[in-house]
Design a protein around this ligand. Structure first.
Ligand code: CA
Length: 235
């Protein structure tokens, strides 16, 4: 396979033990211009991630040797800051939150849509290139600056008072910049999958965020509505 002088869009380490998925994902990612290496075992995957520089790690949860959560936690402990996108089975929905607490950047539930995976990958890589939201601790758009380390949001030089939920929502938007997010997805990811809230709640909180962050809340530039589908952050 010769890619000539065209540089790869990024190097991805795929840690996954299901041969058919390794094959499908590798094929697709390579055709999208990524360089892909794979490991089918948690321990080996971890060694590769430590010894080789990658732009992104796709990490399955259920792995022989060492599971994805342990690999993720240990990589962070070892100072590896490569973005990690975890792949979890639907039955492991409770584990999602655990994955993020261990330092994963995002996760996707199997079976996933290939376009969704590609969008998440691009979003994570872009974050890395821009200095990163979570990795560098800061993010800026328009006149707004977010300091993720201090959990502070400043607009036009003035500190903005966000509720915990608004902050979480904003952070989720930043982490999924350019990706269309449905109300259901936002409810699942930001509010938590077992809370009894209505999709209308999402609209109310987004209106509040716009009020606080958008130069003209009635004509949002950053948190935009995608009719019939949800919202998208363009900061
Ligand atoms: Ca597996």
């Amino acid at each position: 396979m010769s890619s000539g002088t065209v540089p790869a869009k990024g190097r991805i380490l795929l840690v996954e033990d299901e041969p058919s998925l390794v094959l499908t994902l590798t094929d697709r990612l390579v055709s999208e211009g990524y360089e892909v290496e794979s490991a089918t075992d948690g321990e080996i995957g971890q060694q590769r991630a430590v010894s080789d520089p990658f732009d992104l790690i796709l990490l399955d949860v259920m792995l022989p040797g060492k599971d994805g959560f342990d690999v993720c936690r240990d990589l962070r402990r070892l100072g590896v800051e490569t973005p990690i996108l975890m792949l979890t089975a639907r039955s492991q929905v409770v584990d999602k939150v655990v994955g993020l607490k261990l330092g994963a950047d995002d996760y996707l539930t199997k079976p996933f849509d290939m376009m969704e995976l590609l969008a998440r990958i691009e979003s994570l890589l872009r974050r890395g290139q821009r200095g990163g939201a979570a990795s560098s601790g800061g993010y800026a758009f328009g006149k707004v600056r977010i300091d993720f380390r201090k959990a502070e949001v400043i607009a036009d030089g003035q500190p903005i008072d966000l509720s915990a939920l608004e902050y979480k929502l904003l952070r989720y938007f930043v982490d999924h910049r350019g990706v269309v997010l449905s109300r259901d997805q936002l409810l699942d990811e930001v509010w938590g999958y077992d809370t009894e809230v209505y999709t209308r709640t999402v609209d109310v909180h987004i209106a509040a965020l716009r009020q606080k962050l958008e130069p003209n809340p009635t004509k949002p530039e950053f948190i935009v509505t995608v009719w019939g589908r949800g919202y998208k952050f363009l900061g």
